[in-house]
Design a protein. Sequence first.
Length: 317
Amino acid sequence: MKTKYISLFFSFVIAFGMMSCSSEIPNGDTSKFSDLKSPEEDMVKKDYLPLKHPCMLHTQADIDRVKSNLTRSPWKDAYAQLEASDYAQSSYTEKTSALLDGYLKRMDKNNWSGKYPDYSNYTSCMYDAAAAYQLALRYQLSGNTVFADAAVKLFNAWATNCKGILRMEGYTNNVPDPNLYLIPIQAHQWANAAELLRDYNGWDRNDFEKFKTWMKDTFYSVSNMFLKNHNGGQGNMHYWLNWDLAQMTSILSIGILCDDNVLINQAIVYFKNEDIKKLEISKMQFLFCIRIRILMRFWDSVKSRDVTKGMRHCVCH
């Protein structure tokens, strides 16, 4: 079942603290993908996967289960933390004013701060995406529309005020700084927030469609370009693991939000059929990073004279 690959895909994403996805996207059929070699194959466009929304981080069953347990721990304690979060308040205000020329940027300070004072304004997108998600989740759990309305304001502000990720002629793929490729990391959080409010009556349908278009134009265009040529085929080793995962997560989440099976299939097929050499490099890099992390945790515990704590971290994390 194609569901297996969606679940497996997001299990890798969890390892990087990005996102996970329920396996409750139904009726997939991976037999149609067995011979595919790239996202450009015809089957990417032909295979259809019906969706039962919401179906990203949360299904309706997930939401209902949590709501039914809000008077009991640990759900009660977790919900109290959500209520106390600065990002889950109806008074939260959007930060698109940080985009001085309307474009998102994540660029090297030494090279670009002179030309662009807002060279690292992507954090405004990051904070607003976090707020949109927490507000949408708080609405789903409380039923109080004030939180949904606050999230809708964020969606509409970004779809209106953000022109996209900065591009410039004269550079590979018109991307002046490769760090710009990392901005789509925020796409899945925006998509998850919008998924929770896709049927909210207080979100005008035209505005919802405008937001979906913004998601594709802003994030998908860059993610798709990166997976096709990895910054002009430079082949730097660090591009093959977390950078690819960031783009696949972006594409898959946008595909789910937009009911676009071409994008959903592209992410799944790419995940399943990526070049073996790159996959082996990724495996080696992943294992290396895990081992380094374990050693660092253990060394920190040794310095603090709590070796037992370090061993517990090595086993559990």
